[in-house]
Design a protein around this ligand. Structure first.
Ligand code: DP6
Length: 358
């Protein structure tokens, strides 16, 4: 098992300039990461579906510079300077400096774009940090061609985690586990690992994201994670996540859709229950979030369609369903749920395979 020191690169050549381009997808957790220790170590293990269409595309150009004392970079969003994201990238570079010392030898130009609408309320930090980490690994591989593909991907996930925890689950697909778990031999707190024992029922599983509220969140994920320190139910929650991960692995292997629905919805509501019971307490769901949940429950009961919902740290609803129910569920979404979406907006996505060099 690799440890932190295995990710420190010490041998690397030098080049004048280079250019790389990667896309990385978003992901949706089935068992949620909520609560962390120092250095982006999760308080509990999590598992997610990697998505396919909701992606960040990031280009990295590097040019050798004289001084190696400080990081130097330009940040562009769709070709336009994006000053407000700079502190986040600066912090990311500082966190990964020990592992990628070569970055200080270059002036970096980072140009990024998302395939989903701006300010849709869909977090771009997972896909964004994953795409950037892949570019940094391409640079490292150029400087040290002996790196294996396995190491490349593991270190990319390791770096992405230091940018945003859940980003480490966006490097690979279709299902990724992150965090030490007794029943998962190869699991690690440091990077995500693929879970490959997946039943046919979950092939091309669909995720339609209903955009309920596109506004800026009142409480960021990072602040929410911090509130799990001193949370009255933290210990029970972390134990439950371990149990739910064991259950979810068995469910994904056996194809039991009823059990899938039970664990996924319970996880989503528990995540939001943790927010409501922290101090200070907060609510990220909106009235329309609850309206949609109730309609999904009614539709499921009446039509016996195995459709369920999950939420991340916001008001938007992810509607999850098997590929062979797509027509029926989309019809239901159009007829009954679109009215509760902001400007009627939703995004059709499905399970995907991870980051790509493009
Ligand atoms: C609710 O990965 O965004 O989506 O590590 O502080 O960047 P940071 O947090 P982030 O948290 C995601 C939380 C979640 C659940 C999940 O994706 O597992």
């Amino acid at each position: 098992m690799l440890s932190e020191k295995d990710f420190i690169s010490s041998q690397y050549a030098s080049i004048d300039s280079a250019h790389f381009r990667w896309s990385a997808p978003s992901n949706i957790a089935l068992v949620k990461y909520w609560g962390k220790k120092e250095h982006q170590i999760p308080a509990n293990p999590s598992i997610s579906f990697t998505l396919n269409h909701c992606k960040t595309i990031t280009e990295l150009s590097v040019k050798r510079k004289e001084s190696k004392d400080t990081f130097s970079f330009d940040l562009l969003f769709e070709g336009q300077p994006k000053e407000d994201f700079k502190p986040k990238i600066q912090k990311f570079l500082e966190r990964i400096e020990t592992y990628c010392p070569f970055l200080k030898e270059y002036h970096l130009t980072i140009n990024t774009q998302n395939t989903f609408p701006h300010s849709s309320g869909i977090a771009s930090s997972a896909s964004g940090m994953a795409a950037l980490a892949m570019n940094f690994m391409s640079l490292e591989k150029t400087l040290n061609p002996s790196l294996s593909d396995k190491y490349f991907n593991q270190k990319a996930s390791f770096l992405a985690r230091l940018g945003s925890g859940s980003a480490c689950r966006s490097i690979k697909g279709e299902v990724v586990i992150w965090g030490n778990h007794q029943e998962t031999n190869n699991s690690s707190d440091l990077f995500g690992v693929e879970f490959t024992s997946i039943h046919e029922n979950f092939k091309n599983y669909q995720d339609t994201i209903l955009l309920v509220d596109k506004g800026e969140k009142q409480v960021s994920s990072t602040v929410g994670h911090d509130l799990m320190h001193n949370h009255p139910y933290a210990a029970q929650r972390f134990a439950q996540a371990h149990e739910n991960l064991s259950k979810m692995k068995a469910i994904l292997s056996s194809g039991n859709l009823d059990k899938f629905i039970e664990v996924v919805e319970s996880e989503a509501l528990t995540l939001h229950a943790m927010m409501m019971t922290s101090m200070p307490y907060f609510i990220l769901m909106k009235p329309n979030t609850l309206e949609i949940i109730n309609r999904i429950w009614k539709f499921r009961k009446e039509t016996k369609t195995p459709v369920c919902f999950t939420l991340d740290a916001g008001a938007n609803v992810h509607v999850l369903y098997p590929q062979n129910t797509t027509e029926k569920v989309l019809e239901f979404i159009k007829n009954e749920l679109v009215a509760y979406c902001q400007n009627g907006q939703y995004i059709c996505d499905q399970i995907g395979t991870g980051a790509k060099s493009i």
